[in-house]
Design a protein around this ligand. Structure first.
Ligand SMILES: [Zn+2]
Length: 509
């Protein structure tokens, strides 16, 4: 027997075999039932989800001579058999991509008047109809306006926005959905059983993830893997064919993140290099991994349909991150991926992305800093105000930061009167600009003699004009006189530096 690829061998032959398009199938069956069949249909949707399959089935049902009570084609009458063998004179399939000119449509217009040979209708299925030229569309429009009574048009397209609106408005339009992963998995399992082959749940999961809702893509890949091995199909076979790295490496990255091992970035890229993997392709896989963790963290693992033992691994990894760390990493990856694709030094780019991920363990979100600063300011105004737990400041050794310019706020001597001249601890000395600080953030609280400080109102909207009106006679900054001003001010300053570093990072990104 002639070899047929899986996608053709297991193509649905009845409406009930079609998966994932229930609403459309019901509408089409009702059209048959109530004999309200329009003269033109437009089937839209992404590749491999069954547009032409549904169009062919509908054509077969329309011409079937022994339609079942459930409006399914019989697949046995002469008309059905002709369509099955692709030799029907009444169901004409045209590839819009290769027959896109006006002459092709003129030819169609000339033959459309002839009566169907066996069936009730003469049906034209035009695939990739958006590829037709404008002239061809216009020639088709004339026929669509006044179609012969026994002619039907079924159009299929992946890009409905490219079809002339005047054509679309003359069609009944159906938008086919992408097929759910679970449904594709069920179909692949059924195919494996029919072929007397075995496949692990993890292998099937990998194939369905790759297919992104396209049944044809899933079937084609499965076909390829069945040729790749004659044993049970396992995840490693799928990864081999797809050029993916093992998930274990991704979970190792999660562990390195939780342990703060930045050096793992280089180790990982080195291993990828040794394996000969495409670094861009790997980054896509990494984005998929972090997306999976983010979904698991925010929505739970149920929607991911993960098989064991993958599920346990993902749950364990999810616990190593906070939600804001995951959001930040995803953002870093997406920006980094765009840069990596343009980069002529992909290896270094990937190392940099991984370093950023591993380093982000110690990152303090800006919003936390801002909240903390305003709390502290409240505390300075009113010692009874509540303050949340101090931010965890990592040990100096785990802070691989290098600051090339100190926060600029020290430079200016702001001639400004403190809003209230009471015993508030005053901050921000009229100190000389700080030199380069290296790896010195937590060491920043000054141990030197108490500084001359001025208070800085925490109000970014306060304009300089307002300040200037109040500055006529320069007032010498007062010395701080609160109970433990040096301590409070030291912490305040440390936080300010953190905020500056964090903001600097944000601006760079
Ligand atoms: Zn039939």
């Amino acid at each position: 027997m002639k070899y047929l690829v899986l996608a053709r061998r297991y193509r649905p032959q009845t409406f009930s075999d079609v998966i994932g398009q229930e609403a459309i199938i019901t509408t089409l069956k009702n059209a048959l039932r109530f004999e309200r069949v329009a003269h033109a249909y437009l089937f839209c949707g992404s590749r491999g989800i069954g547009k032409t399959t549904v169009a062919r089935l509908f054509a077969k049902a329309l011409n079937c001579q022994a339609l079942s009570t459930d409006h399914e084609p019989c697949n046995q009458c002469p008309s059905c058999l002709e369509i099955l063998s692709g030799q029907s004179l009444d169901v004409i399939e045209i590839d819009g991509a290769s027959n896109r000119g006006i002459d092709d449509i003129r030819q169609l217009n000339e033959t459309i008047g002839y009566a169907p040979s066996h069936g009730k209708y003469k049906i034209y299925i035009i695939d990739e109809v958006h590829m037709l030229t404008k002239e061809a569309f216009n020639a088709l429009l004339k026929t669509l306006e006044e179609p012969p009574e026994r002619a039907k048009f079924f159009f299929a397209t992946t890009e409905p926005h490219k079809v002339l609106p005047t054509i679309v408005s003359r069609c009944q339009r159906f938008d086919l959905q992408r097929i759910a992963q679970a449904e594709i998995a069920r179909k692949l399992t059924a195919i494996a059983a029919d072929l007397k082959r075995e496949a692990t749940a993890e292998a099937i999961h990998l194939i369905t993830t790759f297919a992104e809702g396209s049944l044809r893509d899933a079937e084609s890949l499965f076909d390829q893997i069945l040729c790749f091995t004659d044993e049970q199909v396992r995840a490693e076979h799928v990864r081999n064919v797809l050029g993916l790295v093992p998930d274990e490496l991704l979970f190792e990255l999660d562990t390195a993140f939780s342990e703060g091992r930045a050096a793992f970035a280089f180790e990982m890229v080195d291993r990828l290099f040794q394996m000969g993997k495409d670094l861009g392709h790997f980054t896509e896989q990494l984005i998929g991994h972090y997306r999976r963790l983010t979904v698991a963290k925010t929505m739970g693992t149920a929607s991911l349909h993960l098989p064991e033992p993958l599920l346990s691994h993902v749950i364990a990894s999810t616990k190593l991150y906070t939600p804001s760390q995951l959001f930040h990493i995803l953002e870093t990856l997406l920006t980094g991926f765009a840069q990596l694709q343009r980069s002529s030094m992909q290896r270094v780019s990937l190392e940099s992305i991984l370093l950023q991920i591993l380093r982000s363990k110690n990152r303090i979100p800006v919003e936390v800093l801002v909240r903390r600063l305003s709390e502290l300011e409240q505390k300075l105004l009113d010692p009874a105000a509540p303050v949340s737990q101090p931010i965890h400041i990592p040990a100096p050794s785990s802070l691989p930061l290098e600051i090339k310019s100190a926060p600029t706020c020290h430079e200016e001597k702001i001639p400004q009167i403190s809003p209230d001249k009471d015993a508030r601890p005053q901050i921000l000395a009229t100190k000389a600009p700080e030199p380069i600080i290296e790896n010195a953030l937590p060491a920043a609280p000054p141990l030197e003699p108490p500084l001359e400080m001025k208070s800085v109102p925490f109000n970014p909207l306060l304009t300089r004009v307002e300040e200037k009106t109040a500055n006529a006679p320069q007032i010498k900054p007062e010395r701080a006189a609160a109970p433990s001003p040096a301590h409070e001010a030291g912490r305040y300053e440390t936080l300010l530096r953190f905020a500056a570093v964090e903001l600097e990072g944000t601006i760079k990104n």
